[in-house]
Design a protein around this ligand. Structure first.
Ligand code: PGA
Length: 253
């Protein structure tokens, strides 16, 4: 059975002490209320805090992910972080192709494909983001956009490799805007993504992949979103910066 996953993308937020407080807050809450057996929590702090968060994760409340990785193996890429480095710190997951990276840092599907290759080579599971911008949604192009992102970014993988992925559908118009996709909109496109995967890799592979929703997901709407058969959890931004909100989202399955 595929996992329910709630991943917190902290983006470029919090000082070291604040990040430490957030992890402790999450752990305190999880001591009182246990997550569902099939629920996996992943925390994705900024690079400098990975080790601190990872040390806490030894208590196995959650797993740890990075927010980005370089698409090259190693070398003269000042300021960058490689998959090999993350792997040497036992980081288990990494977000790839977030819309903010596509929009502000020019990430293309081809670069995302190389990043995914690097991560899989070093046994880190990619959380691959896809999703349309507002104009594309208004023009009814969301299906074409998401299909292109998945095809160009991921369909070079073997079925065995593909099974290692987590997909996050994040409509760009819903990220950080307070405007959430309706449960029907989320289910419609998640089912489309699963079918796109099934057409290429078969139903068995498609049924194993967790497809997360991202975009203004919060405790008040998580239950409705996660109740859909093809919505297997969330990639959470703003609400992941608050221990109580984040844990309540993880308890919404
Ligand atoms: P948000 O961000 O929850 O703040 O909308 C989601 C994301 O960007 O992953």
């Amino acid at each position: 059975m595929r996992k329910n996953i709630v991943a917190g993308n902290w983006k470029m937020n919090k000082s070291f002490d604040e990040a430490d407080d957030l992890v402790n807050g999450i752990m305190e809450l999880l001591e009182k209320k246990e997550l569902g057996k099939n629920t996996l929590m992943i925390l994705c702090p900024p690079f400098p805090y990975l080790e601190m968060v990872s040390d806490y994760s030894n208590d196995s409340y959650f797993m740890v992910g990075a927010q980005n990785v370089n698409d090259n193996e190693k070398g003269a890429y000042t300021g960058e972080v490689s998959a090999e480095m993350l792997s040497s710190m036992d980081i288990e997951y990494c977000i790839v192709g977030h819309s903010e990276r596509r929009a502000y840092y020019g990430e293309t599907d081809a670069m995302i494909a190389k990043k995914v290759d690097q991560l899989l080579k070093h046994e880190i599971r990619p959380i691959v983001c896809c999703g349309e911008v507002l104009e594309e949604r208004e023009a009814g192009k969301q299906f074409d956009v998401v299909k292109r992102q998945i095809t160009d970014g991921l369909f070079h993988l073997s079925a065995e490799q593909f099974k290692e992925l987590v997909i996050a559908y994040e409509p760009v118009w819903a990220i950080g805007t307070g405007k959430t996709a309706t449960p029907e909109q989320a289910q419609e496109i998640h089912a489309f993504i699963r079918k796109t995967i099934a057409d290429k890799y078969g139903k068995e592979v498609a049924d194993e992949i967790s497809i997360l929703y991202g975009g203004s997901c919060k405790p008040s709407n998580a239950k409705e979103l996660f109740a859909n058969p093809d919505v297997d959890g969330g990639l959470i931004g703003g609400a992941a910066l608050q221990a109580e909100d984040f844990v309540n989202i993880a308890l919404a399955f």
